[in-house]
Design a protein around this ligand. Structure first.
Ligand code: HEM
Length: 404
C-alpha cells in the first residue's frame, strides 16, 4: 500500500498553500521536483561558510552566559542560532538574533513561527477530521486572523524585489532564495507545463524553509546538549573524535562527513525526542493490518515518537545508546522504524541541511565548552505534547564551563 499526504491545508493563504508541507498531488510533485536540487550536496557545500559564521555567534552567546555565572538557556541560544542560520542561508541576511531583537527579519519571522505554533491545534483536528475544514477555515480566517503571515511575506517580497533590481549581479548571492529565483529565470515551460516556481510559490517555499528549519533544529540541539550533559563519557568521546578528525579552523561540508560518532549521537537524540512526532498520509487503497481495516481515502496518523520508542524496535528505549545507529545495528533493523525525518518520497527535504548545521554547531560548542552533569538533571525529559514541534515541558537550563 502506498500512502499519500492528505490535503488538509486549504485554510492557508495563497502563497502558503503551495508550499511543500501543504501542497498535494500533482502540485506537490512539481514543487518537490523543483526544490530538491536546492538541498543537494553541491548547493549545501556553499552554505558551510554561512553556518560557520553563525556558530561563532552561538559560542559567543554561550560564553557570555558562562562569564556571568549563569546556566545556559539552551532553547534561547540554539533558537537564536537556527534563526541566524536560516536568515543567512535562506535569505542572505546577516544578523545576531539574540542581540538584534528589533531587526525586521527577526520580528516578522518570530511572529510567524509563534503564530503557526500556537495555532497548530487546527492541523491536528484536520488530520483526524478533514470534514471540519470549513469550520476551521472560518475560525482561523475571521476569529484568530492570519496576522503571522503578512509581515513575513512582506519582508521576503522586499528582498525578492531588491534581488530582481540587481539583475544578473544578484547571482553572486549564494542563499536559498537566490537559488529559487535563479530557477525562476532559467527554466522555460515544457509541454505547456510551467517548470519554474511562480512568485506565490517562491514565497511559499521561503516560508516553509523558515518553518521547517527553525524550531525542529533548535529543539534537537537542546536535547542533544542535555543528553551530553547527562552522559559525560559520551560527551568526551565526541570531543575526542572532533580533536582526532578536525583541525582548529572552520568546519567544512567534507569535515562533517568524518564525524561518524557525532552522527550516531544526533540520531539517538532524535530517536528519543523527535521534534515532529506525528506525520499524516491518505490511504491510497483499502488495506488490513493486524486485523484493522483502513479504507481507501482514510486519513492515517503515523505516531513517529511511539515507533521510535517502541521496545520491539529499540530495546530499552529510555536509555541513550548512540551505538544503536552503528552500521551493523542499522542494517539489522526494519528501515521503516527509522522515522525521525519521515520515510519515502515525502522524507524531510531539509534533512541534510539540518544535520550539517547541527554538526557544525556542536563542533564549535564542544571545542570551547563542557556541559556539566548536575543533580537536577532528571534522566528522561517529559515532552510537551500537542504543539507543532514537541519540546520539553520546562526550559532546559544547563551548567557549562569553559574547557582548558
Ligand atoms: C532536526 C531537524 C528536522 C527534523 C527532525 C525534521 C523532520 C521532518 C519530518 C518528520 C517530516 C515529515 C516527513 C514525512 O511526512 O514523511 C519533515 C518534512 C519536511 N521538512 Fe523537515 N525536519 C527537520 C529540519 C528541516 C529543515 C532544516 C528544513 C528546511 C530548511 C525542513 C523542511 C521540511 C519540508 C519542506 C518538509 C516537507 C517535505 C514534503 O512534504 O515533501 N526540515 N521534516
Amino acid at each position: 500500500m502506498s500512502l499519500q499526504r492528505q490535503d488538509s491545508f486549504e485554510i492557508f493563504p495563497e502563497g502558503l498553500k503551495s508550499n511543500l508541507f501543504s501542497a498535494a498531488g500533482a502540485q506537490w510533485h512539481r514543487v518537490r521536483h523543483l526544490m530538491t536540487p536546492t538541498f543537494s550536496s553541491g548547493k549545501l557545500k556553499l552554505m558551510d561558510a554561512h553556518i560557520n559564521k553563525c556558530s561563532v555567534q552561538l559560542i559567543n552567546n554561550i560564553e557570555k552566559a558562562i562569564d556571568k555565572g549563569e546556566r545556559v538557556d539552551v532553547k534561547k541560544v540554539y533558537g537564536a542560532f537556527t534563526m541566524d542560520v536560516i536568515a543567512q542561508t535562506a535569505f542572505g541576511i546577516e544578523i545576531n538574533s539574540q542581540e538584534d531583537l528589533n531587526h525586521p527579519f527577526v520580528k516578522s519571522a518570530t511572529l510567524l513561527v509563534s503564530f503557526v505554533s500556537s495555532n497548530a491545534w487546527y492541523r491536528v483536528v484536520l488530520m483526524a477530521m478533514p470534514c471540519l475544514m470549513p469550520v476551521v477555515k472560518f475560525l482561523v480566517t475571521y476569529v484568530f486572523k492570519q496576522q503571522g503571515w503578512t509581515p513575513f511575506s512582506e519582508t521576503v517580497q522586499c528582498i525578492m524585489q531588491q534581488r530582481k533590481s540587481e539583475g544578473k549581479s544578484a547571482q553572486k548571492h549564494t542563499d536559498f532564495l537566490q537559488m529559487i529565483l535563479d530557477h525562476e529565470e532559467n527554466e522555460k515551460p515544457e509541454n505547456g507545463r510551467l517548470k519554474s516556481l511562480s512568485e506565490a510559490e517562491v514565497l511559499g517555499q521561503a516560508t516553509v524553509i523558515l518553518l521547517g528549519g527553525f524550531e525542529t533544529t533548535a529543539t534537537t540541539l537542546q536535547f542533544l546538549s542535555y543528553n551530553l550533559a547527562l552522559h559525560p563519557e559520551i560527551q568526551e568521546k565526541v570531543v575526542q573524535e572532533i580533536k582526532d578528525q578536525l583541525g582548529d579552523g572552520d568546519v567544512t561540508y567534507e569535515d562533517v562527513a568524518k564525524l561518524k560518532y557525532l552522527d550516531k549521537v544526533i540520531h539517538e537524540t532524535l530517536r528519543m525526542y523527535p521534534p515532529l512526532n506525528i506525520i499524516n498520509r491518505l490511504a491510497s487503497e483499502t488495506v488490513t493490518i493486524k486485523g484493522v481495516t483502513i479504507p481507501k481515502g482514510a486519513g492515517v496518523l503515523i505516531p513517529i515518537a511511539n515507533v521510535l520508542n517502541d521496545p520491539e524496535y529499540f530495546p530499552e528505549p529510555d536509555k541513550f545508546i548512540p551505538e544503536r545507529f552503528s552500521e551493523e545495528n542499522k542494517g539489522s533493523r526494519n528501515p521503516i522504524s527509522l522515522l525521525q525525518f519521515g520515510f519515502g518520497p515525502r522524507i524531510c527535504i531539509g534533512m541534510r541541511l539540518a544535520l550539517l548545521e547541527m554538526k557544525i554547531a556542536m563542533v564549535y560548542v564542544l571545542r570551547r565548552v563542557k556541559f556539566i552533569k548536575t543533580d537536577d538533571l532528571q534522566g528522561r525529559i517529559r515532552i510537551r505534547p500537542g504543539s507543532l514541534v514537541s519540546g520539553p515541558e520546562r526550559p532546559i537550563m544547563i551548567k557549562a564551563v569553559l574547557r582548558e
